[in-house]
Design a protein around this ligand. Structure first.
Ligand code: G6P
Length: 370
């Protein structure tokens, strides 16, 4: 078993470290040779069909759902098609409006999650086409979907998903660019700019992994707390939700993710002396707004760890108690970097509390019952 972990103490840590490779493998052969455009002919999705899509619904469970939250922003930003997101266990029961010009995207690491599979069938019954983003070739979801985009993350064993999530983000970037090129919503140079920045992500993740020691210390101090909050705006809020889930899954510490601007409408009442708050500040357009939310929690005694991107460290540093700097990338791509420190914080918190990191209580890797 030790050999399978390739020298790492846990599968989760191994899988966190495999993310640079997972990014490269998921991008490989899907980017043209000159590195300037995306090639997703493998989908078999015609241009006429793409031009007929009026709405996208992204449906998934757990971590895959959180990738879908990022996917919504990616598709809306790049392709300007409206996107709805639903957890699969809710989707079927809310009478969603599914029409033949709706593209339903199901996201599933295993491709076997019962609720996700049921959502796929419901969509097809209503005449929509389904794109599956999955990590398992030949899985139920892959077999039944109309189009399949495999995430080449490789086998994921730890219950808490890491490299599958980030590979799902890469899949959304690729698909978003493919839609944008087909629809003409982004010009060639804008597409090339995103691809060039995507190529830098693997090395940028490596540079975050090299700073794991700092995150271990943060995690150890967090492990003494019973509650904490993750805050962010926009795409940072989507990442905050994944960070919070990861922490709950393996450290059993209660945490909540909040849209930073929404705190003052209730949750601020829970902020008390020394409560840890992890604040994501990666979106240039939202810097000022998020910093003012950080001030709100600090004024009530919160201890704030900021996760901000390079170029903004000075300003962010003044507003937080501790700062973790991630490399600079395009705003849309920041989740592929900012989630990594959150994964490591969860891992080290679980370790400090001596929990079974790879097999947390009450949870299963794949849930095949509804
Ligand atoms: C389970 C796992 C989660 C996962 C979710 C969806 O609850 O414990 O980590 O995110 O299922 O799994 P899927 O295979 O559909 O991505």
């Amino acid at each position: 078993v030790t050999a399978e972990k390739a020298g790492f103490d846990h599968f989760m840590l191994k899988e966190i470290h495999e993310q640079p490779k997972a990014y490269r493998d998921t991008m490989m052969s899907r980017v043209s040779e000159d590195g300037k455009s995306v090639d997703l002919k493998e989908l078999g999705m015609s241009s006429d069909y793409i031009k007929s899509i009026r709405k996208v619904q992204i449906v998934a469970c757990g971590t895959a759902f959180h990738a879908g939250l990022v996917g919504k922003t990616v598709i809306e930003t790049l392709a300007r098609i409206p996107v709805e997101t639903d957890v699969a266990s809710e989707y079927r029961y809310r009478s969603p409006i599914i029409t033949p010009d709706t593209l339903v995207i199901v996201v599933s690491q295993s491709g076997e999650t019962a609720d996700t599979l049921a959502a796929l069938r419901e969509a097809q019954r209503n005449g929509a086409k389904v794109l599956a983003i999955t990590n398992v070739v030949g899985s139920s979801v892959a077999r039944e979907a109309d189009f399949v985009l495999i995430t080449w993350a490789g086998l994921e064993i730890a219950v808490a998903s890491t490299k599958a999530y980030t590979s799902q983000l890469i899949a959304f970037y690729l698909f978003g660019l493919h839609l944008a090129s087909t629809l003409g919503t982004q010009n060639a140079s804008a597409v090339a700019e995103v691809i060039a920045a995507m190529h830098q992500l693997p090395d940028q993740v490596e540079s975050i992994l090299a700073k794991s020691d700092v995150l271990k210390k943060v995690a150890e101090s967090i492990s003494h707390h019973k509650h904490l909050f993750f805050i962010g705006r926009g795409i940072d809020y989507a990442v905050a939700q994944e960070g919070s889930l990861k922490l709950k899954e393996i450290s059993y510490i209660h945490s909540e993710a909040y849209a930073a601007g929404e705190l003052k409408h209730g949750t601020l009442a829970l902020i008390e002396e020394s409560i840890p708050v992890i604040a994501l500040v990666t979106q240039e357009e939202l810097y000022e707004k998020t910093l003012s939310n950080i001030k709100e929690v600090k004024a009530r005694g919160a201890h704030v760890l900021g996760v901000a991107n390079e170029g903004f460290e000075e300003e962010a540093g003044k507003s937080v108690d501790e700062l973790f700097v991630i490399p600079k990338t395009l705003p849309l791509l920041s989740p592929a970097l900012s989630v990594v420190p959150l994964q490591l914080i969860s891992y080290y918190a679980s370790l400090a509390l001596e929990h079974d990191v790879d097999k947390p209580r009450n949870l299963a890797k794949s849930v095949t019952v509804e």
